[in-house]
Design a protein around this ligand. Sequence first.
Ligand SMILES: [Zn+2]
Ligand SMILES: [Zn+2]
Length: 388
Amino acid sequence: MIPPRLHATLDAVSVAALIAGPSLLGWPRRAVRPLALAGLGVAAYSLATRYRRGSSGALTLAEHRVLDAAQGIAVAGTALSEPDRVIRQAMMGYAAFSFAAALLTSPEGPKGVPLPRAAWAPATRRGDVWELAPDLAYLRLGIVNVAFIGTSDDWVLVDAGLPGTAGAILSAARRRFGNVPPRAILMTHGHFDHVGALRTLADHWQVPVFAHPQERPFLDGTRSYPPAAPEVGGGMMATTSPVFPRSPVDVSDHLHDLPVHGSIPHLDGWSWIHTPGHAPGHVSLWHEGRRVLLSGDAIVTTRQESACGAAMQMPELHGPPAYFTSDWQAAAASVRRLRDLDPALIVAGHGHAVAGPHMTAALDLLAHRFRELGLPATSRYLTGRGGA
Ligand SMILES: [Zn+2]
Ligand SMILES: [Zn+2]
């Protein structure tokens, strides 16, 4: 991925190369003139581009990228009638470079709030399972987490990971609870990276699946999620999000609504909180006595829009993964609601668990300045529920 700042540098280098290069190389006028003109064109539309949020200019980065591609086509067209093989190849090379720059540049995603390593919650690591307390642990499955709450007397699984992770979840559960099945599977929401192993696990254990009633259509096969919003930028996860599955799973034979009064079946001291925005029926789980928050995707602790962020999990506090968030007003309200709980520990759907004063300060900042730190610069869903 090419960040906007690097793209701006490449544009400046291109302008210099297009204007000065051909004459320095002693190319004939028929090649020098169109390339110099192309250079002036790039200079003009680059000067008018808003590479960064808040900078001035008439063109968005998306429009700039269309012009890059158009310019590549024009140079390739000129190259076709160029008799000199070396010049033709150089022109074709430049055209390919323009296409690549147009294709691979991604706008800045939501800024988020960086966290120091010290914000990682103290945890005992066993394989990919991070134990935060005797009755609380999470299992990292590549880019997404599932959580285990409870002890072998009574435990529940929170979320069900990516497709193909049933084996990993089952063996982690077996190490933790022996052969005791969970009482239930609780779903924060039904996105594909949280329901991947749901069918297999619910069948295997024969346990109820609890979710918010507004998430039901995505779990009983009725409705697909709205299309992803790759324009939010931030990296490869966002760019490739249109190919992520968004059709519903069907676990209707196991599915139950969460109890209306906010309690969680089989878990004393825990409650669920409706935190919509990322998904209509998104819920977070909360333990008031211990101030522990399982935030699902309402707040995540890594830059999930970037494949690098998702894989490396550098600690950062973010609102929901932007490419799959369909109601930003609700998402902002949910972040504020979770901040108001004043959690001491956050276990999110993506990223490491975080705790302590750095986390508290970052959460405060994210909630206070959500418009600047939590929102993407553009999204088809920015102005409210599904609207453009
Ligand atoms: Zn999600
Ligand atoms: Zn997620």
